[in-house]
Ligand binder design. Sequence first.
Ligand code: GCB
Length: 600
Amino acid sequence: MLKPQQNEFRELLSLDGLWHFEVVNETYHDDISWTQRVSSKRQVPVPASYNDIFLDTDTRDHVGWVKYQRRVRVPASWAGKRYFIRCDAATHTGRAYINEKLVAEHEGGYTPFDFELTELVNAGGESQLTVAVSNELTFETIPPGKIDILEDGRKKQTYLHDFFNYSGLARSVWLYALPKSYIADATITTAVDWNQNLGSIKYQIETCSDPSGSGTDGRVIVKDEDGNAIAEAEGFHGSIDIPNPHLWQPGAAYLYDVVVELRSSSDNSVIDHYHISTGIRTIEVRGAQFLLNNRPFYFTGFGKHEDSPIRGKGHDTAYMVHDFELMNWLGANSFRTSHYPYAEEVLEYADRQGIVVIDETAAVGLNLGVTSGRFGYKAPNTWEQYNEKTRAAHERGIRELIARDKNHACVVMWSIANEPASHEEGAREYFEPLVDITRKLDPRPICFANIGMATSEKDLISDMFDVLCLNRYYGWYENCGDMRLAETHLQADLMSWQKKYGKPIIMTEYGADTIAGLHSAGVTPWSEEFQAKLLDLYHRVFDRVDAVIGEQVWNFADFQTSLLVFRVDGNKKGIFTRDRRPKAAAQVLRQRWRVQGKGE
Ligand code: GCB
């Protein structure tokens, strides 16, 4: 699961660019057609969701498979190495073929998969790479969805989240080479003994050995930010002391370079190495406080989305850096990767910038009551509709998220679901094993984002989690436009959680849809004034409730949704428009977080 790197032992080539592209017609199913040559007349950029690239709605709203194809040449100089391809994401199911051979299949649209080419293509040789991608969501996938057949025979995908089901190869694809014996995985955890001001870096290395090669040893070297080696240790696992550590702090990141080495036992020569940027910091939930480096931390920031015009969920470095600049301008110190794991580059950048991340799985929409409530019919019990396969997919999602992101200093908590039906019978049985698995995999605190209908009296699972993350829409979905009722209800709600659990509370969603440029002296919903005033109201209430240790506004920017009568070209709860222009509410946040220093 280690992200590929380039160094003197490892090679890395990008396969990004234009790929040949075809929407798969439902009628072909035999194996040959999957790998037939795709015409070069239609090409699509990678990385990008394909939906908004073209102008026809048949492509945009296609339900099922599409094919991406290109030629891949393995450099002749890679002879004697092992080489692989990695798709950083294929949303939601990916199948890879080398020439006619199926070589990989992966479910889960936001985590990577790799496959080996060594035995299939000679160094110096060329082959055809086809990646088929399906966007279908069912009751057995995460996130879940449902496919109906329309009266004219077309498939229609519905799902239980509002963001648009962007599909395709939205992240990079890589060709990379490793030495025959290599470092397969490394897990780093850090601790600090506050009495002695002594930091420690614990490590565990997994290797993959060449059966015909000599034995191997592990070694770890820690370098400071200036590149000076300051400590080292021998062995595949151990702990390294760092006296007077330079801490990774929110807003002031410091990253040690942990160099993991694989050496030959016979002559001690280095066979492979891998660099892990490591921040030394501690995380602890104590009573109703969230301690970062032994000091109470207050989260300010957003629920975000990977979403931008034209490229959909395609990773874009320019948007990423600009988004972080905007967050910094407001004084935001954190965000949640609502509602799926984001591109790894985003976490690397958050590590570097000292931005705190709540890292979420793609388990959004495990709640049949949400839409039915809105349309006024009674939904069946959620947990009777989902089954063991849903839970297995959810478990895989948790495992892959933690395997991918465990070494990031920025990740301070795992969110294992957004707005599940935590108040319906069966929720506890569904979540208990998932909580156990998450805790076994990693020591970080865990949470899920709670929906308003699962009140403190009705919710059945919150005692199993470390932090209460609440999504609330008083003044918008409830008591729309009524600021007085919104304030009373919000306060009563927060107080009831504080009283019942005594755990820290983060408001992980609050906000109102707002049309940029719509103004109203009477402060009516949808206007910029209303959004600004509503945020003020929430902040007043947060400051009255001791257990509230964070506020993340919904959403950082406007984003595209599926077609719904109450969404005009998307969800407009952004503090920024989709092209990142600030609405008036940005000044409310800037005043509170940057000028008054809430969260510092
Ligand atoms: C929610 C969801 C989020 C939606 C938001 C809204 O509770 O968690 O995904 O976008 O409400 O604006 O409706």
